[in-house]
Design a protein around this ligand. Structure first.
Ligand SMILES: [Zn+2]
Length: 446
């Protein structure tokens, strides 16, 4: 009658080394105690099976392969494993869950206690972290540019936020709606970090992924919400390509239409609104942005203008029409050059005749690598394999948030876009070979 977890186990958990587990257990006990007391005076036929919401985390280890999910290494309430990546992922999943639950009353990504799944040590020195629609996947980083991705709680918050978006407004991962998907993920990721550190909007660093670059990189983070375009400027990575306002909007077909690039614009709108409103960001602008998601106040193909209009409406509903919060939200969008309403137009990239063009883009940074080789330069079996890929590629091979996206064009005959996580290893090796042979140099669009 005290729920799934018996009180004696909860008592033990209150002394658990992980304070989120112990706090959760303590809350559960308090609720259970309240229920017991009530039950002695209330109608006895009501059998409560209520346990205070708590995260349900499962961390798996891919052991440096690309096989998902890998071996389970830590379940909810388990003690630390001693593996840094697994334990960091566990804690960061908890911090994200706690923000959603304690500030917005939402039990996990779907509002119904969805288990939080993560796999660490994905691939061989894999340079990315992504959300595959089911779980968070973390590479270890190559040690040259990137350290492990689990060390940054905002990266974890970012990835999980893709799951939150998927469960609410489900913004299409392409063009402006894709950039909004990216921006909302950055916003939630930053809120997770700010809340964990107890920072106000004025105190926060507004960086995403601070500390995940090695010392060899000239840069402080992946992105800056306060000053898009200033997070890094490096020989290998190039310069942070993010625009800070619509005047510098980047038209591109790479990176799913520049989802990691143009997200700088709505990111800065959020930063401007949050700092102008003041206090804790999750109470002001964060609350408004969350309301737009939770209330499904935009269509899945929303552009910046539609999203801006929704936040202004949400601020009015939350804080009152004409309230300072609503005024600041509207002013923030004006500042970045977004006028509420008006649609966008996208243009497809032209295919080049007699050429095999291979492009790898996306990832957390939205970097672009392109190779073009004459069709005749490829052995026939390789050409055949790529042509057959168009018919055999699995439905789950779609691009996923922050995953790498491959676009393969063969003259006028083939033009496919697939997510790297869905490609067979042998095809991936083939594509990497073409990229090495024909790359025109590591490119940064914009
Ligand atoms: Zn993302």
């Amino acid at each position: 009658m005290n729920g799934i977890v018996p009180p004696y186990l909860l008592e033990r958990l209150t002394t658990h080394a992980d304070e989120r587990v112990s706090a959760c257990a303590a809350r559960t006990l308090t609720v259970d105690e309240t229920l017991r007391v009530k039950r002695t005076v209330a109608v006895p036929t009501v059998r409560a099976t209520l346990v205070a919401p708590h995260p349900q985390r499962t961390i798996s280890d891919a052991a440096n392969t690309t096989a998902l999910p890998g071996t389970t290494v830590r379940r909810e309430g388990d003690p630390a494993t001693g593996d840094v990546a697994a334990d960091e992922a566990y804690d960061a999943l908890g911090a994200t869950w706690t923000l959603l639950q304690e500030e917005y009353g939402r039990d996990s990504l779907d509002g119904a206690g969805r288990p939080l799944l993560a796999t660490v040590h994905y691939g061989d020195r894999y340079d990315n972290a992504f959300w595959d629609g089911e779980r968070m996947v973390f590479g270890d980083g190559d040690g040259q540019v990137f350290r492990s991705f689990t060390s940054a709680v905002d990266i974890v918050g970012h990835e999980l936020a893709h799951g939150l978006v998927q469960a609410t407004v489900d913004l299409v991962y392409q063009g402006q709606s894709g950039a909004l998907n990216e921006s909302v993920a950055d916003v939630i990721g930053s809120l997770v970090k700010q809340r964990l550190l107890g920072q106000t909007a004025a105190e926060a660093d507004w960086l995403i992924g601070a500390g995940i670059f090695t010392d060899q990189v000239q840069g402080v983070a992946l992105r800056s919400l306060a000053a898009p375009g200033t997070a890094y400027d490096d020989d290998v990575l190039g310069a942070d390509p993010q625009p800070a306002s619509m005047a510098d909007y980047v038209e591109t077909t790479s990176d799913n239409g520049g989802v990691h690039i143009n997200s700088g614009i709505p990111n800065r709108a959020f930063h401007l609104a949050a700092t102008a409103i003041g206090g804790h960001s999750w109470d002001g602008a964060g609350r408004v942005w969350y309301d737009v998601l939770e209330g499904r106040m935009v269509a899945s193909d929303a552009d910046f203008a539609a999203f801006a209009a929704a936040t202004i409406r949400a601020a009015g509903e939350r804080f009152g029409d004409g309230s300072p919060q609503q005024t600041e939200v509207a002013a923030a969008w004006t500042e970045v050059g977004v006028a509420p309403s008006a649609p966008e137009a996208t243009s497809p990239a032209p295919a080049v005749a007699d050429t095999v063009r291979v492009e790898r883009s996306g990832g957390l940074l939205g970097r672009v690598h392109v190779a073009e080789v004459p069709e005749s330069a490829l052995p026939q079996p390789e050409r055949d394999r790529l042509v057959s890929l168009a018919e055999t590629v699995a439905p789950e091979a779609r691009p996923v948030p922050d995953g790498y996206t491959w676009r393969i064009e063969i003259s006028q005959r083939v033009d496919i876009t697939v997510g790297e996580q869905g490609l067979p290893d042998e095809v991936l090796a083939l594509l990497r070979g073409i990229l090495e042979r024909g790359e025109r140099g590591s490119q940064q669009e914009g």
